[in-house]
Design a protein around this ligand. Structure first.
Ligand code: NDP
Length: 256
């Protein structure tokens, strides 16, 4: 097998949570371009089906949209069943779904806190358990979590304590599951992107731009497509000796 072949996802099925827009959409497209069949799970089932049709046309892969709420354990199990039912296999989970609230600590309500933790930590856990159950039976599987540079730094001027804490938890859960599940043939890694131009990042706020563009090494945000290659790599055999890693993709933001 050539080194390029190790990056191929041909013959595998991936599930991307929250995969109908933003970074998740770029990941779904990237995984399909790398040869995988893909299930796009999103709370908006119709939108995910529409996007799935487009990517299937572009790539010639089997791409399926399905309704998925990662905070609902049964919904997570059902999404795994869709992958198995529609493509006959399930090999790669990309935990992309996420929520963020920009507010200083004293303005964070209990509802805000729970909303962020329920998706970013609880949802990621419920989806990983559903996938891990199948991967353990199959004796192989790969999970790629979308963490954040915010899991290791403090964001200002848009304070986001709940989000920071949740992404630190994602990075640690990546290591915990990697260690526990390695003997089962399951690899678990994460990427930690810096700011990416999506609905989640306040890219038009002048104070935000001053901190995260003018005063940053590469002086720009990432585009969603720039996160996909690292996720394909971590999902593929090219990273066969990597587990428990958190790969930074932040244009140098976190060096300051
Ligand atoms: P978006 O807001 O565009 O996408 C977030 C996605 O998560 C949406 O598809 C959203 O669906 C989905 N989602 C939220 N809650 C749930 C749920 N309960 N069940 C299923 N899906 C859900 O933001 P991004 O694309 O930027 O974010 C994608 C990931 O990347 C997140 O984990 C985020 O934390 C991370 N990230 C983003 C960065 C950035 O600068 N943009 C930087 C670093 C990491 P819905 O539309 O239904 O809410």
């Amino acid at each position: 097998m050539s080194i390029l072949d190790t990056f191929s996802l041909s013959g595998r099925t991936a599930l991307v949570t929250g995969g109908y827009k933003g970074i998740g959409l770029a990941l779904a497209r990237g995984l399909a371009e790398a040869g995988a069949d893909v299930v796009i799970g999103a709370r908006d089932g119709e939108a995910s089906e529409e996007v799935a049709r487009q990517i299937a046309e572009e790539t010639g892969r089997t791409v399926v949209g399905t309704r998925l709420d990662v905070t609902d354990a049964q919904s997570c199990v059902a999404a795994v069943e869709v992958a198995l039912g529609r493509t006959g296999r399930f090999d790669i989970l990309v935990n992309n779904a996420g929520a963020c609230i920009h507010a200083p600590a004293l303005e964070v309500t209990d509802e805000d806190w729970d909303a962020v933790m329920d998706v970013n930590v609880g949802g990621l856990w419920k989806m990983s358990r559903a996938a891990g159950t199948h991967f353990a039976e199959a004796g192989s599987g790969t999970i790629v979590n979308i963490g954040s540079m915010s899991g290791g730094i403090v964001n200002r001027p848009q304070w986001q304590p709940a989000y920071n804490a949740s992404k630190a938890a994602v990075h640690h859960l990546t290591k915990s599951l990697a260690a526990e599940w390695a003997p089962l043939g399951i690899r678990v890694n994460a990427v930690a992107p810096g700011y990416v131009k999506t609905e989640m990042a306040p890219v038009d706020d002048p104070a935000f731009r001053a901190r995260w563009i003018d005063d940053a090494p590469m002086q720009r945000f990432a585009m969603p497509e720039e996160i996909a290659p690292a996720v394909v790599f971590l999902a593929s055999d090219a990273s066969s000796f990597m587990t428990g890693s958190v790969v930074t993709i932040d244009g140098g933001y976190s060096v300051f």
